[in-house]
Design a protein around this ligand. Structure first.
Ligand code: 5GP
Length: 207
């Protein structure tokens, strides 16, 4: 995508939680944010699912055995965790705290159940806590379930069974969109990105 506007910086760190049904374009929107804002760190999740395609351990995910994942949960190393499409996923707490301590914003790409846990967690923090002040939760919506099916089939990454499971779960996730403070419909990528960017710039004190 071409340069969208004059460069702006976030003036205070944000804890950005983005959720969306699989195939809604969330990963592309996350990549665009990370390209434009070097002050945003991507939170690399742990998962028990197998790597897909070119995915790299420690970059896209930390790929863990079920036993290792369980140990992370037991030792309280995860900020939140959930089962999504039959696999375990969770956010390591340490890197989030470290990034904030350095004044970096954090971008978490997690499901609606994980978003709910983070929302509840930040609500327990003192009002002045930077994690609470910087919390921004955004739900990315596809224009429709039919369009979502077309996109999932088009990307050719998932088996038929996996696509059906993702579509089934999408309906449930979309029913929870109103739990999020912000909702962005990804009908047109550029327009959706500009809306997302504006939300973060306002919340980040840059507009
Ligand atoms: P995928 O397997 O397609 O990479 O991701 C499937 C779903 O798992 C996506 O909706 C993604 O947002 C979610 N997910 C990825 N990492 C985490 C995490 O750390 N916690 C939770 N709760 N969900 C995650």
């Amino acid at each position: 995508m071409k340069e969208v506007a004059r460069k702006r910086r976030l003036m205070r760190p944000l804890l950005i939680v983005m959720s969306a049904p699989s195939g809604a374009g969330k990963s592309t929107l996350c990549d665009l944010l990370l390209q434009e804002f070097p002050e945003i760190t991507y939170s690399v999740s742990c998962t028990t699912r197998a790597p897909r395609g070119e995915e790299e351990d420690g970059v896209d995910y930390f790929f863990l055995s079920p036993e290792d994942f369980e140990r992370h949960v037991r030792e309280g190393l995860l900020l939140e965790h959930a089962v999504v499409h039959g696999n375990h996923y969770g956010t390591p707490a340490g890197p989030v705290r470290e990034a904030f301590a350095e004044g970096q914003s954090v971008l978490m790409d997690i499901d609606v159940a994980g978003a709910e846990q983070v929302r509840r967690f930040v609500a327990t923090l003192p009002v002045g806590d930077p994690l609470r002040q910087g919390f921004v939760d955004v739900f990315i919506e596809p224009p429709s379930l039919e369009e979502l099916r077309r996109r999932l089939e088009g990307r050719g990454e998932d088996s038929r069974e996996s696509i059906e499971l993702r579509l089934h779960n999408a309906a449930g996730e979309m029913a929870r969109a109103n739990e999020f403070a912000y909702r962005v419909v990804n009908d047109d990528l550029r327009q959706a990105y500009l809306r997302l960017r504006d939300i973060l710039l306002v919340r980040g004190g840059a507009l």
